[in-house]
Design a protein around this ligand. Structure first.
Ligand code: ZN
Length: 268
């Protein structure tokens, strides 16, 4: 390779790295995401539509309304959060949707990129009440705001295919890419891939989630009792939510540490 070519190659690599790096709001961590937001949203919106179309939705109007009401309030918090953190482009792309899927055996909930939220009826008894729903909603929306799905998909694709094949993988949107995207967005049981969030992603989502719920008028202290209830449901087969959201021994301690920060945003 000529010297000139090597320089060009270095510039290209540097560009990929610069374009791929962005900062997580609040925590300030630099993250590496190779998948452009437009691609992520396209996948998220079409996969969500398909998932909802193929699912049986709950007809329990009281619970459906609860999920929708909490969702709207958390969405307002998230919108403020994006406005304050210069996330102008991301803010414009959100198309909020809140659905409750009738599946009592599935203890799970997720928010896909761009604000596509689903709760399964199985998680409702552990949420217990509206504030419990707000704990889960805040946490899941926080994963989306911090682009954890995009980061996981980038890592997954890079591991499976290597950097060069990434472009092709996104263009073709093979079955494998689609499955990986769903798992990266926190949808698990339906596709048989459970991809746990890392401890880092979990603590970021806890911290940002507490702020979102506090701002929506829900007491963030409820997160402590929610996670205690979730941990108690363990049993022989841990619920999907615990498989994808590993609860370390220190999780509740970390949440307690972030409560004073969240309480500054809380008004009843
Ligand atoms: Zn999580």
């Amino acid at each position: 390779m000529t010297a000139k070519r090597i320089i060009w190659l270095q510039i290209a690599l540097l560009l990929i790295f610069v374009i791929g790096c962005q900062k997580v709001p609040i925590t300030g961590r630099t993250q590496f995401s190779l998948v452009p937001e437009s691609e992520l949203l396209q996948m998220s919106f079409s996969q969500y539509d398909e998932l909802i179309k193929d699912s049986k939705l709950s007809t329990d109007q009281r619970q459906v309304n609860m999920v929708r009401n909490v969702g709207k309030r958390i969405a307002t918090s998230a919108d403020l959060f994006m406005a304050e953190n210069n996330m102008t482009q991301q803010r414009k792309s959100y198309r909020w949707d809140f659905n409750l899927i009738q599946e009592d055996s599935t203890i799970n909930a997720f928010c896909m990129p761009g604000g596509k939220v689903a709760f399964y009826t199985g998680i409702m008894p552990i949420c217990k009440d509206e504030t419990g729903v707000a704990v889960v909603m805040g946490h899941e929306v926080a994963h989306a705001l911090a682009n954890h799905g995009g980061e996981r998909l980038s890592q997954g694709l890079a591991e499976q295919l290597g950097g060069l094949a990434l472009q092709a993988a996104l263009q073709n949107k093979s079955e494998q890419t689609q499955m990986l995207a769903l798992a990266a967005f926190g949808v698990g049981a339906q596709i048989g891939i459970l991809l746990p969030y890392s401890r880092l992603h979990e603590s970021e989502a806890d911290r940002i989630g507490l702020i979102l719920m506090a701002r929506a008028g829900y007491d963030p202290n409820a997160a402590v009792t929610f996670w205690q209830r979730m941990a108690d449901t363990g049993g022989a087969r841990p619920p999907e939510f615990l498989s994808t959201h590993p609860a370390s021994d220190t999780r509740i301690e970390n949440i307690k540490q972030h409560l004073p920060e969240a309480m500054r945003y809380y008004t009843k």
